[in-house]
Design a binder for this molecule. Structure first.
Ligand code: SAH
Length: 300
């Protein structure tokens, strides 16, 4: 089991969410310590260190203490497996771990995904929000960019919904590995290209335009990238943003200057627990960048 000390001013619910997104089964808090159960990793110490890095990056804190402990006489691996089930996330999208045969209907988009050390299972509200907004966004043949692909679940879903190509990018080498594996398991090696890079405003400025853009990052990581993400979305294309707490969404909407005359409009939104996800549409036939947030160096 993996335990994380949760300082008093730390949001235990958000931390619990992150543990679950790393593949944990539930998370319980006792005396300021959050505990989750995971199948025993090969090297628990490296695993705990990586988990600490990841949780630190997601929460922006450097005072979290992460420890691994063996739990004797119980087969946590089996318990953990039993806790994860197939999930119907949208009308058509079903995500299931390899050991569960999902119930499928005709026309379903079925994705097989085993949780690993990369963020991105259908157990997290931001991932589910993106999947629901993606379901009605992808047009067959779309070229898609997935910024911060994590487990690759969104990239695989975009391909399964008909995208011709998905460029999936993550700065974390373990995510890149997991995303490649998940693309292969689902038969999309040819359409999902996974690469390791830190996406910055400069990186986006050098990228070719996409029909659709996905970015499930935290608000503070999204804000400096918004101008670049909007520009790399072709006129008429869609952009899905998540990782945003519901009461933080105004900072995103303000920065994007979403209004009826703007270059971007908010087309659909999703609420899942504390999380908000939004789908934006860039005005068709409008190559102007006026009305988009300022480019890097311009105060963005
Ligand atoms: N897309 C997945 C995972 C989201 S978690 C899902 O929706 O479930 C966010 C991921 O973004 C993490 O894997 C993290 O490593 C990655 N990340 C954060 N900032 C990044 C950046 N600037 N460039 C590339 N990847 C980034």
């Amino acid at each position: 089991m993996l335990s994380v000390t949760c300082p008093p001013d730390c949001d235990a619910d958000l931390l619990a969410d992150d543990l679950i997104a790393l593949g944990g089964r539930g998370a319980e808090e006792r005396d300021g310590v959050l505990t989750t159960y995971l199948p025993p990793p090969e090297d628990p110490h490296t695993f705990a260190r990586r988990a600490a890095d990841r949780l630190g990056a997601r929460t922006g804190r450097d005072d979290l203490i992460v420890t691994w402990r063996w739990q004797a006489q119980e087969d946590w691996s089996e318990l953990w497996k039993r806790g994860l089930d197939a999930r119907r996330v949208s009308e058509r999208i079903v995500v299931h771990p390899s050991w569960v045969e999902p119930e499928v209907r005709e026309g379903d988009i079925v994705i097989r995904l085993d949780p690993g050390m990369a963020f991105g299972t259908a157990e997290h509200g931001t991932t589910r929000g993106c999947l629901r907004l993606l379901d009605s966004a992808v047009t067959s043949g779309d070229r898609v960019l997935d910024v911060g692909t994590g487990s690759g679940l969104l990239a695989v879903a975009a391909a399964a919904l008909g995208a011709a190509s998905v460029r999936a990018v993550d700065l974390d080498p373990f995510a890149v590995e997991a995303a490649r594996e998940n693309a292969a398991t689902n038969g999309f090696t040819g359409r999902v290209a996974v690469e390791r890079a830190r996406v910055t405003a400069g990186w986006l400025a050098g990228a070719a335009p996409f029909d659709g853009v996905l970015a499930n990052l935290e608000t503070h990581l999204l804000l400096p990238l918004l101008g670049g993400l909007a520009r790399v979305t072709r006129p008429g294309g869609w952009m899905i943003l998540s990782g945003i707490l519901a009461d933080e969404r105004w900072s995103i909407l303000d920065r994007l200057r979403v209004n009826p005359e703007a270059a971007l409009r908010l087309e659909a939104e999703d609420r899942d627990g504390a999380w908000w996800s939004g789908r934006f549409r860039r005005r068709a036939g409008d190559a102007r960048t006026a009305g988009l947030p300022a480019p890097p160096g311009g105060g963005d």
